[in-house]
Design a protein around this ligand. Sequence first.
Ligand SMILES: [Cu+2]
Length: 146
Amino acid sequence: MNNKGLLIGVVVVLLLVGGYFVFAGKMNKPSTAVTEQQEVFTPTQEASSMEEEGEVAEITVEGDEYSFSPSELTVNAGQKVRLTFKNVGSQPHNFVVDGVGVASKTITGGGSDTIEFTASESGTFGFYCGVGNHRALGMEGDLEVE
Ligand SMILES: [Cu+2]
């Protein structure tokens, strides 16, 4: 009778211990799942914000005495363009595209101006510096809208 009682006691203890692990396992699983969801969620958010960034074409054009670098630019029709014009020369310069209705501020040497535009029609549009006779001196190039 004593042995049987002991056996029952051991079984009860085993059940309690087993029950604890089952219970603990159930408690652990949802919290692990939440952590995994968060880990998945964060990169997804970054990816979508990167996609939005990718819709804007970033272009940098440098102006000097008396040329643009690069002098050939290509953008896609309908795509938003963020163009930064850097004056790396010593005289004031600007960046103008008549056909697209784009013009930067006239900036002094070392400065820059960022303009945003969307070229809706495809074609080749000449750009130039509108300061003095800079265009005639070679400050011009082509904006290709595809
Ligand atoms: Cu100029």
